[in-house]
Design a protein around this ligand. Sequence first.
Ligand SMILES: *Cc1c(COP(=O)(O)O)cnc(C)c1O
Length: 516
Amino acid sequence: MAPTNTNECQGSAELQVKRAPVVVDGVTLNGPTLDIQEAEGFLRDAMFIIMEEAVRKATDVKEKVCEWHSPEQLKELLDLDLREGGEAHPQILQRCRDAIRYSVKTGHPRFFNQLYAGLDPYSLVGRFITEALNPSLYTYEVAPVFVLTEEVVLKKMVELLGWTEGGDGIFSPGGSVSNMYAVNVARFQRFPEVKELGLSAMPRLVMFTSQECHYSVAKAAAFLGIGTKNVYVIPSDKRGKMIPAELEKQVQKAKVEGALPFMVSATAGTTVLGAFDPLEDIADICERHSLWMHVDACWGGAALMSSKHKHLLQGIQRANSVAWNPHKMLMAGLQCCAFMVRDQTNILQQCHSAKASYLFQQDKFYDVSYDTGDKSIQCSRKPDAFKFWLMWKALGTKGLEARVDRALAMARYLTEEIKKREGFRLVMEPEYTNVCFWYIPASLRSMSDGPEFWGKVHAVAPLVKELMMKKGSILVGYQPHGDKVNFFRQITISPQVSREDMDFLLDEIQSLGKDL
Ligand SMILES: *Cc1c(COP(=O)(O)O)cnc(C)c1O
């Protein structure tokens, strides 16, 4: 075999000439085949396009929020085929432009469709850095900075939960996964033998959540072998809050059936209505029956940043675990989801560790307690806390608080406007930034409330949304919910959104819907 040059990773051009080519299985191995200078040129060109198209234009209120095409049309426009031969940089840069052009601009001030929106420059730079470095957050040895930033962010979030004795946590790929963690940890705490013996060693376990909970709670029960029928659904009141007396009844019922109640998943900020469950009352019931109290604060957790609004989560300090997504109201960028436990016995590690000897060697020369990856159910893990840390550094806790306060004030403004305008009707007074309302076209306003009226109102939101999307003016959500026909759900998050956008939303619905 060829002599190896131990001092040279990539060999200079001069050396390469001197060396005889080494060919193995018909492949010449001398010198790199990726020209890093050429790669850098491509990256700079691509970054220019990203800045122009995915940042500047995508956040410009005068541009469209989306350019709608059917899947068939879009397939024609995009040239999606993967071929034998590759394409040159100019073509690839055009692919980049096209991908951006036909994508929805979630950073646009008129994107109100989901529980995340807007563009935060610091969190974006955080993502650029982690994407460029491509680390995996299992061990300190490959992600020293990101292990430490995750630790400090979790510590701050734990403080905000009011867990004065501390806690532990891990960032997970989604609030849905955080809720799965909660079920798994709650069960493990009650039955540590489940890790080794599995479900055959368990009695029938029952968990409780409200009718307004996120659908991931049912998914967690299905995924973890609890079974969706063993999720007892507690009715919520008119404002969408779990009714504690009903929870008490259902716990009793499960016990009478001979099942074993083990956890409650309360919701702080429900997905559709933005309602907050009464956490103190739920905590009392959990204490009385020794139930694990999980709070799904994926959406509502951000209110903890605000001294004005944190009362919404009063009682969260008594929770055993919390899921909180900074990628939603706090704009940390998808995805950024913390799962936290109040437990002091390293339960995440005990519950999830598999002690892979090739990764988590115990005889490393540094403090291996910083190899936090075995607390996770993942192997490779993105350093999702870093972008949040960078944004938090830039804005300070005060800056994050101001954002939350402004979003809630904006929702309050919209609510008052809805009350003033003819043809608009609130579903309920909002507690958070979910403003839920119907638009009633003039043709229906003389009808009396009844099945026929509501049947017609049901068709309004989807039609208006279709017109908006085809025009590219606004993306806003709608849904039927419980016994209520389709209504708009307006979510305000981004500091780029102004009062004018609230007025525009109502004007646009009115102008597109008035003749329906
Ligand atoms: C968004 C949301 C989730 C799910 O979070 P993902 O990160 O989208 O998986 C869970 N619970 C509530 C209340 C949510 O609003």
